[in-house]
Design a protein around this ligand. Structure first.
Ligand code: GTP
Length: 364
């Protein structure tokens, strides 16, 4: 049995305006708050107790998950007075950990969708007697990420900032946001100030000669930090490209390529496909097509609208004939008929756009 820390205090700025009302880890992904998928996976891997490191919108987590008994987990919540960054947040929950100094403690970023074998990660950490073990993922384009080269035996050689030039790309291995710490290494992190795991704690451990292990695993991995990734992650869960036992059962009518939650309404000639989730009380009107998108609770899609790779917030309305592609619509926003909002467009919560008012694409 293992104890885990879940880092969920970030502001989720890249996902605004979705994160204005809801912290990123609680946004609905394939029908349930994203964290549900992570918690269920952790439990399946033998985690029995999870300490939440919260800051932004801290109260929302406990209100939803309570003591964790519904999930068969013991959940504990700690809130930072001011956000302490990733390692500061880990240190801040140390008092609530029950693990002994030489026991492993798992740490998860609250926005990573991954199929990593958590048991194997902990086992590698134990058998190699590491101080800290990181899950590393290989990506085709490492430019947006910090790089983590390892030697032939898997020991981490360096933590490199995002590459600026082609010659900086010395590896395709990136920090995948899931770690195993020896408990005593958590107690060594400075208290009461902002500390970053990637910029301070991990490089500091390397400099002091600590054993930092990288486990490269090519399972599904996606950082849900941006709108495009968020819509993709949800669609991949619905399509079974990555699996989670937390994906809820469908409404009475089965859709092959969509998750339609109870209380949603889809016109007979409307199409919902490519991993779309239609939240409860949401409406897809006649002739509309919604592909690879997330419609939150009570969202309304007008007749003949086209919605692709987009996220439509709670109770938002999309007018007849409007086209959304790679767009984000905040909770309660109203978009009139015959608008066109393409890649990168974001509509703020509660905003009202008249009909035929906008043709937006960040690509042009
Ligand atoms: P952006 O603002 O869009 O970068 O998102 P973010 O800050 O929420 O996420 P980021 O990818 O930077 O952080 C990785 C993980 O650490 C996420 O799960 C965050 O919730 C969490 N995190 C980041 N900063 C803090 C913090 O100050 N305190 C706590 N408790 N968690 C944090």
């Amino acid at each position: 049995m293992t104890e885990a820390i879940l880092l969920v205090g970030g502001k989720g700025t890249r996902l605004r305006p979705l994160t204005v009302n809801t912290p990123k880890p609680m946004l609905p992904v394939a029908g349930v708050p994203f964290l549900t998928h992570q918690l269920v996976r952790a439990k399946d891997a033998g985690v029995h107790r999870v300490v939440f490191a919260t800051a932004y919108k801290a109260e929302v987590f406990e209100e939803y998950f309570g003591d964790g008994s519904d999930l068969g987990l013991e959940l504990v919540y700690v809130t930072e007075d001011v956000p302490l960054d990733t390692a500061g947040a880990i240190r801040n929950v140390a008092d609530k950990l029950t693990s002994a100094p030489d026991e492993p403690v798992l740490v998860f970023n609250g926005d990573i969708l991954s199929g990593v074998d958590i048991r194997a990660l902990v086992e590698a950490h134990r058998s190699r007697e590491a101080d800290v073990t990181l899950h590393l993922s290989r990506v085709t384009d490492p430019r947006p990420f910090g790089l983590v080269p390892t030697d032939a035996e898997g020991w981490v050689k360096a933590f490199l900032e995002k590459p600026q030039r082609p010659e900086d790309i010395v590896t395709d291995q990136i920090n995948a946001g899931c770690y195993v710490f020896q408990r005593r290494r958590i107690d060594e992190i400075p208290t009461g100030r902002r500390v970053s795991v990637e910029r301070e704690t991990f490089p500091g451990l390397l400099a002091s000669g600590a054993k930092v292990l990288g486990v490269v695993e090519q399972s599904y991995w996606l950082d849900l930090g941006t709108p495009t990734a968020f819509a993709k992650g949800s669609a991949d869960l619905v399509m079974g490209i990555v699996t989670s036992s937390a994906v809820p059962g469908p409404d009475e009518r089965e859709y092959e390529e969509a998750l339609v939650l109870a209380g949603a309404s889809i016109a007979p000639d409307a199409v919902v496909d490519a991993g779309t989730t239609v939240g409860s009380g949401a409406v897809v009107s006649a002739g509309a097509r919604v592909s690879a998108s997330v419609l939150d609770t009570g969202a309304i899609i007008g007749a003949g609208a086209r919605v692709t790779g987009s996220i439509v917030g709670r109770g938002a309305r999309v007018g007849a004939g409007t086209v959304l592609d790679g767009a984000v619509v905040g909770d309660g926003a109203v978009i009139g008929a015959d608008n066109e909002l393409l890649a990168g467009a974001r509509v703020w919560c509660g905003a009202v756009i008249p009909e035929k008012a906008v043709r937006f694409s960040s690509d042009e």
